[in-house]
Design a protein around this ligand. Structure first.
Ligand code: MLT
Length: 201
């Protein structure tokens, strides 16, 4: 997959996995990663799917309606890519913290829904429920931060709560932070995300 890798210049063992929103690319979240942890390694990936020229991490049938077969295929593809990148670049596979926004948060949530060891932690900015009707792996070792907008036209509050409950039932240590806004990233959520990260990693 098209990506950027930047190795930590310190002995920080965390790698931040950056996953952009629809129409974004691997450069979008670099400045956010700099705010969250300037000394971590960075693996920033571009989604392999194009929707009218806009990169995404999996196909959708319409706004908010996901192509589940493609989602499952792309989730495995991304997980395999991370496995290979860890070997190629020599970073710890078990110290990956994802930062995803919107479509990127949805594929990060799908990694959590499918694989116990894909992510050490995940910061999901404005995610949706990636899919329903599957049993989640044991996520006891996984810490998750969710930021959701009370007035998000793409993801209603009940859906953020459903995601929170599902991850919690799977054993994850999860925090749900509400913003007063919609689907956009806010200063409030970034400062809370930074605090959450500093507390856990
Ligand atoms: C998705 O398709 O993943 C969600 O609707 C969010 C987005 O617009 O990318």
């Amino acid at each position: 997959m098209k990506h950027i890798f930047k190795k930590s210049k310190t002995n920080n063992e965390i790698t931040l996995l950056l996953l952009h929103g629809t129409g974004g690319n691997e450069y979008d979240l670099l400045s956010l990663a700099q705010i969250i942890d300037p000394t971590a390694s960075i693996l920033s990936v571009r989604g392999n799917v194009l929707e009218n020229g806009m990169p995404r991490f999996f196909r959708r049938l319409s706004e908010g309606v996901f192509d589940e077969e493609d989602l499952i295929f792309r989730t495995k593809e991304l997980n395999d890519f991370i496995d290979d990148a860890a070997k190629q670049y020599g970073f710890r596979r078990d110290r990956i913290v994802a930062i995803g926004y919107s479509n990127g948060a949805n594929i990060a949530a799908s990694l959590l829904y499918h694989y116990a060891d894909a992510l050490h932690g995940a910061m999901l900015h404005h995610p949706m429920v990636p899919l329903r009707g599957i049993e989640l792996p044991d996520l006891t070792e996984t810490k998750v931060f969710i930021a959701a907008g009370k007035h998000d036209p793409i993801c209603p509050p009940e859906e953020s709560e459903e995601l929170y409950d599902t991850l919690k039932k799977a054993g994850s240590d999860v925090e749900l932070f509400w913003t007063n806004g919609g689907h956009q990233l806010s200063h409030d959520e970034l400062s809370r995300a930074k605090e959450w990260y500093a507390k856990h990693f």
